[in-house]
Ligand binder design. Structure first.
Ligand SMILES: Cc1cc2nc3c(=O)[nH]c(=O)nc-3n(C[C@H](O)[C@H](O)[C@H](O)COP(=O)(O)OP(=O)(O)OC[C@H]3O[C@@H](n4cnc5c(N)ncnc54)[C@H](O)[C@@H]3O)c2cc1C
Ligand code: SF4
Ligand code: SF4
Ligand code: SF4
Length: 411
């Protein structure tokens, strides 16, 4: 049976792969990084007492589903080097980089603790990425430079370190290709007036998600203390000509409202100011967050885009913003500022897209089309337009169904 190639192991690619397998297809899933899960690997579960439907666990569960599937060939640290039209689809060449750690890894972390390289040369998989197999970065590892450093191999309890691992080149015949290369978060430091990169306690929402995911609570990068007064700022880098991202990134209101609620769940004493232009909580009623905010004495919703963030007195951050009703400038001090960033389509994979005939729209997103689908090329997930995990999954299921429809049964 011919297989389907899925490019990208994020929520969209994983869901497409699972749906295709459930329909009886075989899937080759190519992911360029060390693990499956996509952007969701770096995101925190936003539930505390109860689930807040953020979708993050869904993506990690999907990754584990795919790893258990016998119908999936999962190729990590891999990229498609070429795709050429063949009789019943495409002949694709895939290059897989060596990991230098085998599946016997039990993720004990002993290798990292003994690695003498500054910044380390052996790493756990990104965030909550699956599988939890570690990997060695050959460009940093001194074993490959001066030879004979085998400290990680010496402490590894399962003998999982394999310096003889080599790059492989594979060829697969596939009947269809799912293109799901996803997103890159906007760099908050592109908005330098908000203190990113110069003030330690100004962090991006990506940083906030990573810290919460890793530690379960937020602390100030400058002194390690839990912040008591926090500002959350929306639309950072989105809806502005400055970054070239003139569109609404669509999911940042949703995650930022849930992070705000999580922060209050973790510490009910926290004061939180939520600066926003419009509240776009996707499929959930905006009123829900507004009602929640009104019910909390320490939460304010401020409909304005702050002008600057500068250093205040005694380690505080000073935020200047026009008031909601007139142009009077108000000032407020905070312990921590979170900049809620949006997204751009992933910068990776465009050579392949070009080969496959996938064009970009005026904002740089990948354009799917019926004619491409007739050729067996399916663009899905957030590389095609801003969307959250849930919508990425829904679109991916739709793509899988179309593949089944157009490529016969099973594909
Ligand atoms: C700060 C932040 C917080 C968020 N919080 C939430 C939230 O709480 N809830 C929610 O629903 N959504 C949230 N999102 C949005 C969510 O991350 C996206 O909706 C989702 O990740 C999109 O899934 P995707 O599979 O399309 O893309 P991605 O998750 O970006 O996955 C794409 C995958 O493709 C891989 N890839 C890229 N190029 C190639 C290539 N050339 N070859 C092989 N592989 C490649 C990437 O490495 C990646 O693994 C958040 C986003 C950000 C930035
Ligand atoms: S061989 Fe040495 S330098 Fe390389 S990853 Fe192992 S401990 Fe680090
Ligand atoms: S020491 Fe071995 S088993 Fe432990 S994390 Fe490192 S490679 Fe994996
Ligand atoms: S989703 Fe909200 S924060 Fe994100 S760009 Fe749109 S309005 Fe701004």
């Amino acid at each position: 049976m011919k297989e389907v190639l899925v490019v990208g192991g994020g929520p969209a690619g994983l869901t497409a792969a699972k749906s295709l397998i459930d329909m009886g297809a075989k899937v080759v899933l190519v992911e360029k990084t060390d693990s499956l899960g996509g952007m969701a690997r770096e995101l925190t579960c936003k539930g505390f007492v109860e689930c807040r439907n953020c979708g993050v666990c869904f993506a990690i569960d999907r990754a584990n589903d795919i790893l258990r599937e016998s119908g999936a060939e999962v190729l990590l640290l891999s990229e498609v080097s070429s795709a050429t039209k063949a009789e019943h689809g495409y002949s694709v060449k895939i290059k897989t980089s060596p990991r230098y750690v085998t599946d016997d890894c039990i993720a004990c972390g002993k290798c990292v603790s003994v690695c003498p390289v500054d910044g380390k040369a052996v790493f756990p998989p990104t965030g909550s990425g699956q599988p939890r197999t570690y990997w060695i970065d050959r460009t940093k590892c001194i074993h490959f430079k001066k030879a004979r450093c085998e400290k990680c191999a010496a402490v590894c309890p399962t003998k999982a370190v394999d310096y003889e691992d080599r790059a492989t080149n594979l060829t697969r015949a596939v009947s269809a290709i799912v293109y799901a290369t996803g997103i890159d978060p906007i760099d908050a430091c592109e908005m330098s007036r908000l203190g990113c990169g110069t003030l330690k306690d100004v962090i991006s929402s990506v940083d906030a998600e990573r810290i919460l995911n890793w530690k379960g609570r937020l602390v100030r990068p400058s002194d390690g203390k839990p912040p008591k007064k926090i500002a959350v700022m929306q639309c950072v880098g989105s809806r502005t000509v400055k970054t070239g991202v003139e569109y609404c990134s669509k999911f940042c209101c949703k995650y930022a409202t849930k992070i705000s609620q999580l922060l209050l769940d973790i510490d009910p004493e926290v004061s939180l100011d939520f600066y926003f232009m419009d509240l776009r909580t996707l499929y959930e009623p905006q009123d829900e967050f507004k009602t929640w905010a009104k019910s909390k004495k320490t939460v304010r919703m401020l409909r304005t885009m702050p002008a600057t963030v500068t250093a205040g007195k005694e380690g505080k951050l000073l935020v200047r913003a026009a008031s909601e009703t007139d142009l009077d400038i108000s000032e407020a001090e905070y312990d921590l500022v979170i900049l809620s960033v949006g997204m751009r389509p992933s910068a990776s994979g465009w050579d392949l897209a070009k080969t496959l005939g996938i064009a970009r729209d005026e904002n740089g997103f990948a354009k799917g089309s019926e004619s491409l689908e007739r050729e067996g090329i399916f663009v899905t997930g957030a590389v095609s337009e801003p969307m959250d995990i849930e919508e990425s999954a829904v679109r991916a299921i739709s793509s899988a169904s179309k593949i089944r429809g157009s490529r016969g049964e099973p594909p």
